[in-house]
Design a protein around this ligand. Sequence first.
Ligand SMILES: NC(=O)c1ccc[n+]([C@@H]2O[C@H](COP(=O)([O-])OP(=O)(O)OC[C@H]3O[C@@H](n4cnc5c(N)ncnc54)[C@H](O)[C@@H]3O)[C@@H](O)[C@H]2O)c1
Length: 244
Amino acid sequence: MSEEKRAVITGAAAGIGRAIARELGGSYPLILIDINEEGLAETGKMIEENGGKAAVYKADITSFEAMNELSARIEREYGPVLILVNNAGVTRDTLLVRMDPESWDMVLRVNLTGAFNSSKVFLKPMIKARWGRIVNMSSVVGQMGNVGQANYAASKAGLIGFSKSLARELGSRNITVNCIAPGFIQTPMTDDLPQEMKDAYLAQIPLKRFGAVADVTRLVRFLISDDASYITGQVIRVDGGMLM
Ligand SMILES: NC(=O)c1ccc[n+]([C@@H]2O[C@H](COP(=O)([O-])OP(=O)(O)OC[C@H]3O[C@@H](n4cnc5c(N)ncnc54)[C@H](O)[C@@H]3O)[C@@H](O)[C@H]2O)c1
């Protein structure tokens, strides 16, 4: 276990975030953050049962104050965080003509401002250590757009611009910042989509299947490893060839 390389994963109570935690659990001490306390506790238990270390914190990433306090507390209680996976995300899908300002704000606040908040509050120890990894969970939709997802696509495209800017700002400190852009990955988020939408996606995927969470989690493991030390500012798609 790489004791000094503590990793924070946001949105770790379910889906891809939980799977990332399970992937990294045996190798890094983890700090898991989510608003879903029950799911979070369950993920923490899974990690500990497999011999890993996981501290869980219920927190809303949209609150800068809450995240700032939390990061100070984590540093006091555990030590510096050198790896951050900004994974938490939400959808509020509907056509723009029907989209209310609240749905727009909500998605931007969680998916984009949440990543800003977490990156800002956890950055200092990485700068001090002159080593850090930030992985932001974007989406293929941020690059190609999608009907009914103007808010989500804007947030995920925003995350790409955010990541590239951070990669430029932090490169001299040996901190890499990359985006993963998954296509259609089977999780609770995507299970809720109507069947005809799932069929339409499948028709656009050359590999003719939806992705598994492991397709994404293995890339996270690689991007935070020393093997990826010369990769920064990139958007890596895991989408079965949906967008080329
Ligand atoms: N599943 C896919 O096909 C897919 C495709 C592309 C991108 N993504 C992205 O991957 C990430 C994970 O998606 P998923 O499918 O596992 O979703 P999910 O809904 O299963 O999990 C998202 C997690 O984020 C948490 N969360 C939401 N708002 C939060 C907040 N304000 N503060 C803290 N935690 C919060 C939720 O409680 C949940 O546990 C998201 O950013 C999503 O946009 C998913």
